[in-house]
Structure formats: C-alpha cells, structure tokens
Write a protein that binds this ligand. Structure first.
Ligand code: PGA
Length: 244
C-alpha cells in the first residue's frame, strides 16, 4: 500500500482531484468509482474548479457509485443520487446516462443488487476507485464482518454508522436503516484505488488499517489484498502512526 501524508484537508483534496484528472486526461473513456460522505466533498470541489479553469472533458467518462440508502427516492435531498448531482455531476460535462448509482427505492432490492453488479461487470471495473473509510473500518457501506468476497448486497447499517451520518439528516431517526452497497469483492475488482482519510476522527481507523490484522472484522483491511492502493491521509488522521 502506498501512503501519502498531506498537510491538511485542502492538500488532501487537491491531491485526490489530481488523481482523477490525471486518469481522465490519460483515458477520456475512463470509468471512475465514486464515493459520497463528507471526505470527498473537497475533492469534488477541486474537480469542478479544474473543469472550469482547464476544461477537462468528462463527456466520455462513466461513473459507478459505491452505495445508496434503501428507501430514498433519487430526488430525495438526502439520497446519494442527489448528493452526486449537487456536488459533482451538475457541474461537469459528464453525461447523465453514463452515471450509475444503485437504486435504493425499488420493489426488489435483491434484483437491484444483481443488476448493479452486472453493470459493474459490463462497464467497469473502475479504472480509479475513490474510497472513504468509516470509523469502524467500513468501505462503501460494508460493515465489520462482511465477507471479503461479497458482491453488491443489502446491508443493515450499524447504529454507529447511522449516528456518524445523522449530521446530514434532520435527526438520527431519519437516517435509513439499510443501504445497497458494492461488496468488498466488487470494490477489489477496481484497477486502482485511492482511500481518503481526514481528521482526528479517523486516526484510530488509519492506525488499525496500517498496523492491525487483515480480517473481516475490519473491512478496509481487505485493501491489503489489492496491489494498486494509495492511501491519502492528512496529518490529523495519520497522527497515531507518527507517534509510534
Ligand atoms: P465520511 O464518511 O467521509 O463522511 O467521514 C466516510 C465513510 O463513512 O465511508
């Protein structure tokens, strides 16, 4: 695993966006694996700025998002569909029909998981996958104890995950209890992965990722099974390593 320790969130976001831009310039038909949550917001802001200043062309790019809440319509402001449009898709020239996100509001969630994994195989795997990490080590919404071989599936969210995400909702009770997520096996199909972590809140998870065992209790540790992973961390999230 390559590790880059950046000064702060700003530098982390700039570095992450430069990975995306480099990939898209190298191959204008790239498939990007995208994440939601607080961490990639700065990255997407930078991508939009570079798009505006340099005119990077996203018209041939496709994207696959990691996950979506169950029960939220794609026009719901709390949905990840909405998040992606608000923070990225509406501001660059990616084609709507080239963007893929699981549908969390459907009669048959099981069929939706199969359909989505099929899309990953058809248009993917991502040339570059962006990941965040949960305090409990989750990647996508793969909570502790998820099989490293898992494909897209439905997950019961841990209370701690719902609490962490409650900041995006009016109240904790509004946070959905389930989500559809690409599995760990689906994520590991990506050709290259960058995992972003920022802030003291993530320091324990980064320590465990780098110094703990590889096991299904800590989903991000599966990344040790992939040979093209770069960890982009700021000093705050790396602080427990530097103190060793
Ligand atoms: P965050 O979430 O970026 O909002 O901290 C990361 C995650 O839970 O995967």
């Amino acid at each position: 695993m390559n590790i880059k320790v950046l000064k702060d969130y700003e530098e982390l976001s700039q570095t992450a966006s430069s990975y995306i831009e480099h990939q898209v310039k190298k191959n204008p038909q790239s498939v990007l694996g995208l994440a939601t949550g607080g961490t990639p917001l700065g990255t997407y802001k930078q991508v939009v700025q570079s798009y505006q200043s340099q005119g990077i062309d996203y018209s041939g790019v496709s994207s696959l998002n990691l996950d979506e809440y169950v029960g939220l319509d794609k026009n719901d402001p709390q949905s990840y569909h909405y998040f992606m449009k608000e923070h990225l898709f509406d501001h660059i020239n990616i084609q709507d029909e080239h963007t893929f996100i699981p549908n969390g509001k459907t009669e048959s969630l099981f069929e939706e998981c199969k359909r989505y994994e099929g899309i990953i195989d058809e248009i993917g795997p991502p040339d570059l996958q962006i990941l965040g990490i949960g305090e409990n080590g989750h990647i996508g919404f793969n909570e502790p104890d998820t099989s490293f071989e898992s494909m897209t599936h439905i997950v019961d969210l841990e209370v701690s995950t719902r609490q962490a995400n409650a900041r995006f909702f009016n109240s904790f009770d509004d946070v959905p209890k389930q989500a559809i997520t690409m599995g760990i096996g689906s994520i590991l199909k990506s050709k290259q992965i960058i995992l972003l972590a920022s802030g003291e809140r993530k320091a324990e998870a980064i320590k465990r990722l780098l110094q703990g065992p590889v096991d299904e209790q800590f989903p991000a540790s599966a990344l040790h099974h992939h040979n093209q992973v770069t960890l982009l961390v700021d000093q705050a999230s790396y602080q427990l390593i530097e103190k060793e």
